[in-house]
Design a protein around this ligand. Sequence first.
Ligand code: QUE
Length: 360
Amino acid sequence: TNLAAAALRIMAEFRTSSHGQTATITLTRPRALHALSGDMCTGIAQSLLDWRDDPAITRVIIEHDAGTRGFCAGGDVANVRSSAMEDSGAAGRAIFMAEYRLNHLLFTYPKPVITFMDGVTMGGGVGLSLPAAFRIATSNTLFAMPEGAIGLFPDIGAGWYLPHLPGNLGKFLALTGARLDGAECFWAGLATHYLPDDQLEAAKAALRSSGDEPAAILAKFAVDPPEARLAGNADKIARLFAGDTLEAIIADLAADDGKWAAKELRSVTAKCPTSSKVALRLFAEAPHVPDFAAEMRREYAIAANMLVRHDFIEGVRAVLLDKDNTPQWQPASPEEVTDAMLEAIFADLPTGEEWTPLTR
Ligand code: QUE
């Protein structure tokens, strides 16, 4: 009914609580696998600012509502897409502004944050995880940077975190959209701890009732993860994702006669070629980025330039709306993505329109 629909719309998409010295953000948008809306980003940042200045609070837990699927599936890309078609992307840019401000606030937060990556953790969910001092992988973790599937690019600070992963793992994650489980996240250093999912509520209860440091508390609940399947492919990833260009990586995968390379080649070539080239350039330029604020500034400019392109509108249509998974990319091949196109996507925004951090 209309009344029920209206009630669902005003239902809060996150809630906050505090127990002793521990504050908690709980994501409560289960119908979207807790994907971040712009309002969630703004509201969560406000709570974090309040707790930052509250001496009674020494640490913050980020979790999703118990009993629901997914930790956080991403950002508000369906609404960004609507904005691109209806208001030239103005509302979409505001959503990315709010999300990247939250990412930056978490990155610079002076108190330890503990993120429970318990379920689907993609894109926006990765942005809540990687800046946290304590990143808890679980038996339910499914981690990915899938933006190449929707004609976007690995954002939320991916250009800061991913280039530092060993053995070309960052390029592999960005170009294939590979899904990592909890054991693989721990193996790659994306997570700091691995907990069985039947220990999560006990670990949170201990963080809320004990005065001990988070590291000491989490050590009591962490276990050795199962073997990481990814470790067995690390040599191939290091070798076959070493190329500097998309064309070189595709050629190396195609020249390998193994089954693994053939499967990854299909993943790479299904992604938006412009997205993949943006990712490679983002990573190549990473050594020149002085700090995380500069990272957010460049990613925001890229997002603003990409969200109005055909590929983003088409990618969200194919993956999230029509779910036919047959996006028609423009250009459709790596060779057709010119340096001039990349220059336009990496162009600075006009003065006054750039990303800025939260000030309060
Ligand atoms: C790339 C993305 C997202 C994605 C899939 C991609 C993304 C996002 C979602 C998503 C998933 C399930 C939902 C939802 C959103 O999927 O950002 O509302 O129920 O939010 O390939 O960037």
